[in-house]
Structure formats: structure tokens, C-alpha cells
Ligand binder design. Structure first.
Ligand code: TYD
Length: 138
């Protein structure tokens, strides 16, 4: 997988004087069976989250509130996606290094995953990530 496989998905939105509504469904906007959901909130200014890669887990990230950057890296190329609208979802396949930073005040990052939590699925060492990538293991 390369950073070219990361893509923004525009979610449906119903604009209404009563307030807007968007949604995401497995098999439509979310391109994998959802087996995990988690969210990141109350991030102090200047902090970075999620600097790691997954061996197997694919994910979709949505800025439900506020704004933040998602930096993806395939070992050769880095690409930054700025999320700031709750009707955009970022699809990140497995095997890419990714981190989240530049969180605005009160931002809320929602993540859907294709796998249940498993510590073994995480690659938290960047040098190990580069080696696994080079050896074609991820
Ligand atoms: P961690 O992976 O360190 O966060 P980040 O994405 O910023 O690198 O997760 C923090 C803690 O939460 C860690 O002890 C593992 C735990 N955790 C779960 O138990 N289940 C989950 O689905 C997630 C995402 C984390």
C-alpha cells in the first residue's frame, strides 16, 4: 500500500434549517466490515496521537468536530490530509505509518477500524516499519 491508496470519501449530507445530518454505512461509505470504533478528544494543544502503523487494521477517520491533520507515510512519501468537515471521511489502508496532529480546541476524531483491538497489530517503531515495508512484509 502507498499513500496514493489513502482517499477522502465525501459522505452524504442533508442540509436543513434544523441542523445538518451526515451518515456512514458499512459496505457503502465504509469499505470494510466495522469491528471497532474509538474516538480521540480533549487533546491538549501541540500533542500528537496515533504515530504507528497497523499490519492488518484498515481505518476510516472523521473529524466529527473541530479540525486536525492526518499525516500518512508509506516509507517513501508523506502526505497530509487536513480534516475539518464532518462530511468527509479519510480511508487509510493497512501497512501505512500514520499520525494525527494540529488538533484544534474541542476537536473530536472518530475512527472506524476493520479489526478488533490487538496490540500485536500495531507497529510503533518507525525503523521497524521501514524494515517491514522494505522486506514487503506489510
Ligand atoms: P494508543 O494506541 O497508545 O493511542 P494512539 O492511537 O494515540 O497511539 O492507545 C492508548 C491506549 O488505549 C493503549 O493503552 C491501548 C488502548 N486502546 C484500546 O484498549 N483499544 C482501542 O481500540 C484503542 C484504539 C486503544
Amino acid at each position: 500500500m502507498s499513500v496514493e491508496d489513502v482517499r477522502l470519501i465525501e459522505l452524504p449530507k442533508f442540509l436543513d434549517a434544523r441542523g445538518n445530518l451526515s451518515f456512514a454505512e458499512e459496505g457503502s461509505q465504509i469499505p470494510f466490515p466495522i469491528r471497532r470504533t474509538y474516538w480521540i478528544y480533549d487533546v491538549p494543544g501541540g500533542e500528537e496521537r496515533g504515530a504507528h502503523a497497523f499490519r492488518k487494521n484498515q481505518e476510516v477517520v472523521i473529524a466529527l468536530s473541530g479540525a486536525f491533520d492526518v499525516v500518512v507515510d508509506d516509507g517513501t512519501t508523506q502526505k497530509t490530509f487536513s480534516l475539518k468537515r464532518s462530511y468527509y471521511a479519510l480511508y487509510i489502508p493497512s501497512g501505512l505509518w500514520r499520525s494525527l496532529d494540529n488538533f484544534s480546541t474541542n476537536s473530536l476524531a472518530l475512527e472506524f477500524g476493520s479489526e478488533p483491538y490487538s496490540a500485536e497489530d500495531y507497529i510503533r517503531d518507525y525503523e521497524e516499519f521501514l524494515k517491514l515495508k522494505k522486506d514487503g512484509e506489510i
